[in-house]
Design a protein around this ligand. Structure first.
Ligand code: MF3
Ligand code: CO
Length: 269
């Protein structure tokens, strides 16, 4: 019987959503996934030191592919469900899943999300950052700052035996307080042994709802914050790029976290 089995059974009996035991990583798995996550963070650091206005997003793809493979990893997005590139690059009104392209040039004033996911020795990791291209408008800078604050607030309320909804509530409340909206139908996910595991992680659910956080669980905190409404559409031609319906700016920051016995540890950011 697992360490937490009786506690989990009691919670389930009281109507709480509890994780399937396969979602609780073993110490060996955690060690291996941490190595993948460390490489994932290093890839993002590599992007951070090279990204600049005038660069095309294809160049970011090349940076990610070359750095990852040179360090023994595989970019997880490449060929994932037919995704054609090694990284997602999402500029301004693109919410997520932008596809790098040699004809897409980063312009002064752009805000761009670079979402990096790595497979190392079969273990998965995932994180994303926002980059400001030169001097951006106060409006864009505020959106990115508040998105970071949303992630920080989500992280600060995440604790073992709490609920995913606690994180969502903290994030959504802060976004709304600033006049923003959080995308509803796209969210975070469990991660580690696969790219996308259970649970789906919403950032709009109420406090005390959704899955109980149990030590050994790993998932992403990755709210998509829109300056306008939360609605979106997917590019019909490429089948991937997600745009805000109203053309407003969108920002996203993604942390990959592990629930421990005492709190939550950020594995990649
Ligand atoms: N990295 C994204 C996430 O956070 C997933 C991108 S799927 C891809 O879930 F195929 F577009 F890479
Ligand atoms: Co991601």
């Amino acid at each position: 019987m697992g360490k937490y089995e009786l506690r989990l059974l009691a919670l389930a009996a009281r109507g709480h959503i509890v994780p399937d035991r396969s979602l609780l990583k073993t110490p060996e798995q955690i060690r291996a996934i941490k190595k993948s996550a460390a490489l994932n963070t290093a890839v993002l650091d590599h992007v951070a030191s090279h990204i600049r206005p005038g660069m095309c997003t294809e160049e970011i793809d090349r940076l990610v592919y070359d750095f990852t493979t040179r360090h023994g990893g595989i970019p997880a997005p490449l060929n994932y469900d037919g995704f054609p590139k090694s990284v997602c690059t999402s500029i301004n009104d693109v919410i997520c899943h932008g596809i790098p392209n040699e004809n897409e040039i980063l312009m002064e004033g752009d805000i761009v999300n670079v979402d990096v996911s790595t497979i190392l020795n079969g273990y998965f990791s995932d994180a994303s950052r926002m980059f400001l291209m030169g001097d951006v408008s106060p409006r864009a800078a505020r959106l990115v700052r508040v998105t970071q604050e949303c992630v920080d607030r989500g992280l600060s309320v995440a604790k073992p035996w709490g609920h995913l909804g606690d994180i969502a509530h903290a994030i959504n409340t802060h976004a709304k307080r600033n006049g923003y909206s959080v995308v509803e139908d796209i969210g975070g996910h469990g991660i580690g042994l696969e790219f996308h595991e259970e649970p789906f992680v919403s950032y709009v659910t109420p406090k005390g709802s959704e899955m109980v956080l149990v030590p050994g669980m790993m998932f992403t905190i990755e709210p998509m914050v829109n300056e306008g409404g939360p609605d979106f559409f997917v590019d019909e031609d490429d089948g991937w790029t997600v745009y805000t319906e109203d053309g407003g700016l969108s920002a996203q920051i993604e942390y990959m976290v592990l629930v421990t016995e005492t709190g939550v540890e950020v594995l990649s950011r």
